[in-house]
Design a binder for this molecule. Structure first.
Ligand code: ZN
Ligand code: FE
Ligand code: FE
Length: 265
């Protein structure tokens, strides 16, 4: 089993050393883990209201830490990933920066609508003042742009806009259909992210229905806990495997040097 979405304290909102994450992975019997900490927004000239990523000068240190851990780990295979915010207009910068580094995989995630970090608990009240259908429209619009940029191997927490439990009145079927179509067209993978179980919404990202549609369309999927502390490594994975299998998945996507292959589940 793999866990492809682990953070480190460099992002300022996670605890525990990478070594402790690895120890927990060993304890839970995982065979492969990938760190994918938050890429420095400073390098994209984007200033969030709350600090949620590492500083630009820390990127090299993060890479060094994970590469050192790679060498020291005998039992568990370790991958160097990164989670990058998709912010429209930063595509050229992201492309130039990615050309300089050797990541095993790159997760593209959306945490910002304009200057609103809609995934941050501190700003969750904003949902009450806004039109939920419009929030969803804007989110899925950005998601399509993220895919079309072709900068990312996979989409992180693909329906994270539901995190605080606000749902659109008109349902989500149209959004799901369009999402699966754009993933297919752009050869973009996504993840089953188990962190949503611990969020107010209380369910995995994505919803079961999207997972089933993606499986039917042959979209590759990875698995990640989005751990921000060592005890969260591999959280809810028995349930997640059950969910994947019942959606029709029989393999997970894995990456090395940004080349995709698969492992059976
Ligand atoms: Zn985070
Ligand atoms: Fe994220
Ligand atoms: Fe994350």
């Amino acid at each position: 089993m793999i866990d492809y979405h682990l953070h480190t304290p460099r992002c300022c909102h996670a605890q525990g050393t990478p070594h402790e994450y690895l120890a927990e992975a060993e304890r839970k019997g995982l065979t492969e883990i990938g760190f994918s900490d938050h890429f420095p927004l400073g390098l994209l000239d984007y200033k969030p209201r709350s600090q949620v990523t590492m500083e630009p000068e820390e990127l090299d240190l993060y890479i060094r830490d994970i590469n050192d851990l790679k060498k020291s780990s005998a039992k568990v295979k370790i991958k160097l990933g990164i989670e990058i915010d998709y912010i429209p207009g930063t595509e050229d910068k992201v492309k130039a920066l990615l050309d300089k580094y050797n990541f095993d995989y790159v997760i593209g995630s959306i945490h910002f609508l304009g200057d609103w970090d809609f995934t941050h608990p501190v700003y969750a009240d904003t949902y009450k003042d806004r039109d939920i259908d419009e929030i969803y429209r804007k989110y899925f619009d950005l998601l399509r742009k993220l895919c079309r940029s072709k900068l990312f191997d996979l989409v992180g927490h693909i329906d994270v806009v539901k995190k605080f439990g606000y749902r659109p009145e008109n349902g989500l079927e149209q959004h799901w259909q369009e999402t699966v179509q754009i993933l297919k067209e752009t050869d973009t993978s996504f993840e089953l992210n188990t962190a949503g179980k611990d969020a107010p919404v209380g369910d995995f990202y994505p919803d079961r229905r999207l997972l089933e549609l993606a499986s039917a369309a042959g979209i590759p999927v990875t698995l990640g806990s989005d751990a921000h502390s060592p005890d969260q490594v591999g959280r809810f994975f028995p349930d997640a495997m059950e969910r994947l299998r019942s959606a029709g998945y029989r393999e997970l996507a894995v990456f090395e040097n940004r080349v995709k292959s698969s492992c059976p589940i």
